[in-house]
Ligand binder design. Structure first.
Ligand code: SAM
Ligand code: DTB
Ligand code: SF4
Length: 331
């Protein structure tokens, strides 16, 4: 099997509907062929500007219009961000991702401060990533010039289900931002959330959009909805671990060399459940007691899990396709 960008919906549907353990086995084979299965990338997130967001993303605790009780915080100081990044590095993280509750980046002093933060984190020797909302090509280039390694901007769901979740910007806007990031030569981190009330067909369509991009995203976060009181999705039913495993395994088969990130939702998973996700091809996590605003397992718990499962943190700046072997030929 070579890396493909021409997957059809029918092919993805067939993969997604494979009996679960067969699907995991197939994904594990692909993973073993293309990647070092002992390595898991450890990333740390920091919310550098929290809450008060103008958008209506139905899952998000940071949207100003929902009463979620989070503390609104203006953009952090560069020194505080660098102190946090240094601590994350010491705890074993190799990628540092800064998130801002913005609709889009504006060309103002706040953006200049973020550019300074990017420069500082890069100088610490970490892969620096940002998720700041929509970006123009010029802004993406400025971030790249400051040393940005990756940019996170999720599709979240299928284009069909999107309007049920967000009305204040379009799917097309998202795809444009992703193109701007690509054009600037920055590594793309793009995935989605399950548990938003979408159908299986929506998950399949979202995976199709990702896997048919001219270049696959280097990193694909798969988030399970963290239901937050006050948001419209607060009462959604918890995502079944089997759905998470199915999503991860299918993503791994479709995009063999991507870092598939087991993202939001880990706090509600046992080590055994997470182990199944790693077996199905997940090879990256967010570490640290908080994601952006919600809880995540502690560094100690994750260290114990790595020890137990024999996993090693992946070194920084390993180009995603570096570990690739010759294409896998399946009979
Ligand atoms: N404001 C920027 C944006 O929307 O692109 C950046 C930050 S935003 C919080 C980053 C991503 O976090 C969202 O695209 C979504 O996929 C994820 N996210 C936010 N709230 C979540 C939740 N409650 N559960 C799971 N994922 C969530
Ligand atoms: C991603 O896909 N998941 C992360 C990161 N990219 C920015 C964010 C998860 C946020 C979960 C809700 C919260 O903690 O606010
Ligand atoms: Fe704002 Fe991003 Fe949350 Fe949407 S996901 S409300 S854009 S912070």
């Amino acid at each position: 099997m070579t890396i493909r960008n021409n997957w059809t919906i029918a092919e993805i549907e067939a993969l997604y509907n494979t009996p679960l353990l067969q699907l995991v086995l197939q994904a594990a084979n692909v993973h073993q062929h293309y990647n070092n299965t002992a390595e898991v990338q450890v990333c740390t997130l920091l919310s550098i500007k929290t809450g008060g967001c103008s958008e209506d993303c139905a899952y998000c605790p940071q949207a100003a219009r929902y009463n979620t009780g989070i503390d609104v915080q203006a953009l952090m100081k560069k020194e505080d961000v660098l102190a946090y990044a240094t601590k994350a590095k010491e705890a074993g993280s190799t990628r540092f991702c800064m998130g801002a509750a913005w609709r889009e980046v504006r060309d103002n002093r706040d953006f200049d401060r973020v550019l300074d933060m990017v420069k500082g984190v890069n100088e610490l020797g970490m892969e620096v990533c940002c998720t700041l909302g929509m970006l123009t090509e010029t802004q993406a280039q400025k971030l790249a010039d400051a040393g940005l390694y990756a940019y996170n901007h999720n599709l979240d769901t299928s284009s069909e289900h999107y309007n049920e979740i967000i009305t204040t910007r379009t799917y097309h806007d998202r795809l444009e931002t992703l193109q701007n990031v690509r054009k600037a030569g920055v590594s793309v981190c793009c995935g989605g959330i399950i548990g938003l009330g979408e159908k299986h067909a929506d998950r399949i369509k979202m995976l199709h959009t990702l896997a048919t991009m001219p270049t696959h995203p280097e990193s694909v976060p798969i988030n399970a909805l963290v239901p937050v009181a006050g948001t419209p999705l607060a009462e959604n039913t918890k995502v079944a671990i089997w759905d998470m495993v199915r999503m991860i395994a299918t993503a791994r088969i479709l995009m063999p060399q991507a870092m598939v990130r087991l993202s939001a939702g880990r706090n509600d998973m046992t080590v055994a459940e997470q182990a199944l996700c790693f077996l199905a091809g997940a090879n990256s996590i967010f570490a640290g007691e908080k994601l952006l605003t919600t809880a995540n397992p502690s560094f100690d718990a994750d260290n114990a899990m790595f020890e137990l499962l024999g996993l090693q943190p992946r070194a920084a700046f390993k180009r995603e396709n570096e570990a690739a072997n010759a294409p896998l030929v399946l009979a």
